[in-house]
Design a protein. Sequence first.
Length: 372
Amino acid sequence: MKNFDRHKPYNDLPLLPPNKDIGNDPVILNKLVLASRALATVNGNLNRLPNPLMLINTLALQEAKSSSEIENIFTTEDELYKAISNSFNEANINPATKEVLKYREALWAGFRELQESQRIDTKLIKRIFNQIKETTSGYRSPQAQVVIKRGESDYRSGEVIYTPPRGERLIEMLMDNLVDFLNDDERYPIDPLLKMCVAHYQFEAIHPFQDGNGRTGRILNLLYLFSKGLLSQPVLYMSKFIISNKEDYYFRLSAVTQRNSWESWIEFMLEATEKTAILTNTKINEILAQMDSTLDYAKGRLKWYSKEVNEAIFSQPYIKPRLIGAVIGKSSRTTLTKYMGELVDHKILVSRKDGVEVFYINEDLIRILEGK
């Protein structure tokens, strides 16, 4: 790989599988055991949740925010929580927040589709990209002069660090090979976690779309783990680890390209999986403990409070009265205002006014989600 030129399209990107026996490396095997064990614990914890889909507005939102930050798309938790409360005027949502929400919606749309098809294919990958970018385009065209540059905040910002493959039908061929590698376990009998690590590098190296490749690739990781039964819900919050180790992430990616150094890349991704699974388990445990504590406290003070109401106020950080009304079967504005006032009086929720909108905030949930 000494002749690698970052300014020229990497049209010699090797097909999968890697030309190294990664499955028998002692260090990789040890990390694989730890990551697999941590993932299994996450699955067990997900089954303890009264409604695992409640994480659609909690852990999945945090993943969407962090994944977007890797692409230098920044918003605040406050803006996100308002936006998902289903009452905030879309015209008032800033562009960065919309980008994050599109990631979350793409993740869950892909998850629902995969539940039916049970197979990752190029059509699914394209649909994820289309939803993230709100476009109908497919792979980038061969004449597009796409290059990867250092970010504005990096040393030597704007410098070209990689030029992805470019050529007639080349991207289609590489993506077909990637999908075959993921799906054909007889031809490629490699542990699914190792396949995810390898496929993530390959996807980023192919860089099949004009934009949004990073976010699409990270969603693909989660969906693949689900398709192989390693996750029952796509809630692994891996982007936070990548942000904390961003330089190492990109350095090890480039090491595979330039030196065929698969070992260090796979070790990094397995560690990311293990640490992320541990973090996810911690958050699930804290949410469950807080839910139990809040339920015991509220039921002793409010006759109308129930397990179902408790689950509703932990379904997302910012709560609107109609969410509670749907649970208790009440639609009267006067009644709901009274109930929300009682939740505030007992410090179960906190009210905040934003213009004409009033939001009721679950500060205990926010504390857990934001690691405070």
